[in-house]
Design a protein around this ligand. Structure first.
Ligand SMILES: NC(=O)c1ccc[n+]([C@@H]2O[C@H](COP(=O)([O-])OP(=O)(O)OC[C@H]3O[C@@H](n4cnc5c(N)ncnc54)[C@H](O)[C@@H]3O)[C@@H](O)[C@H]2O)c1
Ligand SMILES: CC(C)C[C@H](N)C(=O)O
Length: 366
């Protein structure tokens, strides 16, 4: 990949490579767009097979956060970080503290939080070195693990998507097929079970499936079977790129609503779903609960206020469906349009002069 060409194409601002020999830290921080505010996005720890793979991932994820934060109505731009390493084997205190110091060096242009492979404990270590971190322990008056809140947002968003297709938001009696029963989906299952939905679950690990079967009466299926089970809703809560040429023709569900990031392998798969009449809740709109929750820490965390904001995912999706119907475009494009229009409106607002400590008037305005 020609990195600067790619950055120009999608209008990225910065890409930082960070290395600390003593701790073994190798990481990359990408800042996509800070029109709306400082870039907020999690740190992913993953055993990437090559540097190229890590660069590709961090760039794609950072841009995704620009859209996610904009569509969620947050005053935050988009960024993301990756640490190269196996989260089960390669974590140590020095690594996260070294990483925290690099984040501090960006002086607030990038704020981090949890993502795949990182935890509240890791954020607490980063917090030893910088205040530009969220998702830290409730002991610090912060929001802690974002997954249960992401799940609440997905639950609310699923109701909006079900209403769009079936005319009623009720999930009672609906059959929901859930791919991956990890941190987010476990809590999602709880909400769905409480409302009287029937659950079909799958996971590559036995333990989480067993728990969902025992606690929520879920039916377990093999990971390969989840696409073709008879269901009303398919909820991808594991990996990205699961909506593709191979899986879409198998789907029996009428609604797709799940937490996974980057669910569409390519944009044209969103076009396919639209042509098939399937209601697809765009991933970054429905899974914004976690980032909405951690962003509230920047105001001084209040759980009740954060949850109220997370509930707005329902209305955000209603807007997306409305744009999709009005302009006869797939929902993923409608969501992009909604996010881009907000960024553009705010960019124009910012053209109004506001003095700061570096401006020509700084000595006169004291
Ligand atoms: N945690 C959050 O707050 C949050 C916020 C926004 C988006 N997301 C996204 O939601 C998804 C789930 O996040 P999580 O925190 O619950 O992760 P997790 O790792 O706890 O759960 C993912 C689960 O999927 C399973 N899995 C992996 N590959 C699978 C496959 N091929 N088939 C079936 N199951 C498979 C894993 O075994 C695991 O149990 C991820 O894509 C993540 O990026 C999470
Ligand atoms: C800031 C984090 C809680 C964001 C989360 N990892 C996401 O992908 O939305």
């Amino acid at each position: 990949m020609e990195i600067l060409k790619y950055m120009e194409k999608y209008d990225y601002e910065e890409l930082h490579f960070v290395q600390d020999k003593q701790s073994g830290l190798k990481g990359i921080i990408a800042i996509h767009d800070t029109t709306l505010g400082p870039a907020l996005g999690g740190t992913r720890m993953w055993a990437y097979k090559s540097e190229e793979e890590a660069i590709d991932d961090v760039l794609r994820l950072a841009r995704g956060m620009t859209y996610k934060n904009a569509a969620a109505g947050l005053n935050l731009g988009g960024g993301k970080a990756v640490i190269i390493g196996d989260p089960r084997k390669d974590k140590n205190e020095e690594k996260f503290r070294a990483f925290g110091r690099f984040i501090q060096g960006l002086n607030g242009r990038y704020i981090t939080a949890e993502d795949v492979g990182t935890s509240v404990e890791d954020m607490d270590l980063i917090h030893e070195e910088t205040d530009f971190v969220t998702g830290i322990s409730p002991a610090f008056g912060s929001s802690g693990n974002p997954s249960p809140v992401t799940a609440y947002g997905v639950y609310k968003g699923m109701k909006a998507a079900v209403k769009e297709y079936f005319g009623s938001e009720s999930l009672e009696g609906k059959v929901i097929a859930i791919q991956g029963v990890g941190n987010v989906a476990y809590h999602l299952c709880k909400y769905l079970h409480e409302e009287g939905a029937s659950l079909i679950v799958t996971d590559i690990h036995k333990e989480p499936v067993k728990r969902a079967v025992e606690e929520f009466g879920a039916k377990a299926v093999d990971p390969k079977e989840i696409y073709e089970v008879e269901s009303d809703v398919f909820s991808p809560c594991a990996l990205g790129a699961v909506l593709n040429d191979e899986t879409i023709p198998k789907l029996k569900a009428k609604v797709i609503a799940g937490s996974a990031n980057n669910q569409l392998k390519e944009n044209r798969h969103g076009d396919m779903l639209f042509d098939m009449g399937i209601v697809y809740a765009p991933d970054y709109v429905i899974n914004a609960g976690g980032v909405i929750n951690v962003a509230d820490e920047l105001y001084g965390y209040k759980r009740e206020r954060a949850m109220k904001k997370v509930e707005q995912i329902y209305t955000n999706l209603e807007k997306v469906f409305e744009i999709s119907k009005r302009d006869q475009i797939p929902t993923y494009l409608a969501a992009d349009r909604m996010a881009e229009e907000r960024i553009e409106r705010m960019r124009q607002t910012k053209s109004t002069f506001l003095p700061n400590e570096k401006h020509i008037l700084r000595n006169r305005l004291k």
